[in-house]
Design a protein around this ligand. Structure first.
Ligand code: ZN
Length: 288
């Protein structure tokens, strides 16, 4: 089995994680731009962050045999600082058009405020204009209402539903999302969001069409190996390997688009020497 994690925040993970991910079969990832925990106070810190996931993280992942792509966007939570948001939105297109950027995201709702809706609409316009897929973050509180509202806005703006993933879906929303023709993204976490067991129930109910599975592993309690672990659990619950392979490899490729992803043929090799030298090899890194 090989795995494509279509939503993981590698910048907050260690090289041990990369090594373990490679050994478990992870060969490709997409890292969406998100909230870093500490609220940002200068627009410049967004831009440096975007460059980190466009350049630095791509090289770091590649040394561990993992192809790294990213999405760029102003996250919903920080859209509420409107002055800062305006400065970020203004320069977003120059980052969205960089090589390796495969979608606009994470966009969506956090607290479902007018400022979040405004930033969402501006970025959806950009995505349509730039012909980018869209990754939508759904709120953890008030998920059902937020998800319906998000899809209403996307419909109204005329997006191509087949190029929109509504992420962090749960039992509350998967049917709703699939019925409306969008992709449903599922995040497995050790405890919160979906557990492997809860995802297995969704798998048995809905199958794999327009379904994706991700870890959203970040700086919180999360697990970058939950793709292989969830598949092992699904096999135990009777899933066949060929179907699982489609879910965790073919589906994210279909969603982002093979041409846009430009994955290297035969995957990248794990290079233990490059991995060892990572910190000194990267552009701008101190030599010691
Ligand atoms: Zn995320």
């Amino acid at each position: 089995m090989k795995y494509f994690d279509p939503h993981i925040h590698c910048l907050s993970r260690t090289t041990d994680d990369y090594e373990n991910m490679f050994l478990a079969g992870v060969r490709a990832v997409v890292e969406p731009a998100f909230w870093m925990g500490q609220p940002r106070t200068y627009a410049g810190t967004f831009f440096d962050y975007f460059l980190s996931i466009i350049e630095f993280e791509r090289t770091r992942a590649s040394d561990f045999g993992i192809t790294h792509r990213c999405t760029i966007g102003l996250n919903p939570k920080e859209a509420n600082d409107e002055k800062l948001a305006d400065e970020v939105l203004e320069r977003l297109p120059e980052f969205m058009t960089r090589e390796g950027v495969v979608a606009a995201g994470e966009l969506g709702f956090d607290s479902i405020t007018p400022a979040e809706e405004r930033a969402l609409r501006i970025q959806v316009e950009m995505a349509i204009k730039l012909d980018l897929a869209i990754m939508v973050h759904t709120p953890h509180r008030d998920k059902y209402r937020g998800t319906v509202l998000l899809m209403d806005i996307l419909d109204e703006m005329g997006v191509d539903r087949n190029r929109c993933v509504i992420d962090h879906s749960t039992e509350e929303t998967t049917k709703l999302i699939l019925d409306r023709g969008y992709w449903a993204g599922h995040t497995v976490y050790p405890q919160t969001k979906l557990t492997p067991e809860r995802f297995a129930n969704l798998y048995h109910e809905f199958g794999i069409e327009r379904m994706t599975l991700n870890t959203s592993a970040d700086w919180g309690k999360s697990d970058p190996l939950l793709l292989p672990k969830t598949c092992a659990y699904l096999e135990r619950r009777g899933a066949d390997r060929a179907t699982l392979q489609k879910l965790v490899w073919d589906n994210p490729i279909q969603f982002y688009g093979a041409e846009k992803l430009a994955l290297p043929a035969g995957c990248e090799p794990f290079d233990p020497i490059a991995a060892e030298a990572t910190h000194s090899k990267l552009p701008g890194a101190a030599t010691h």
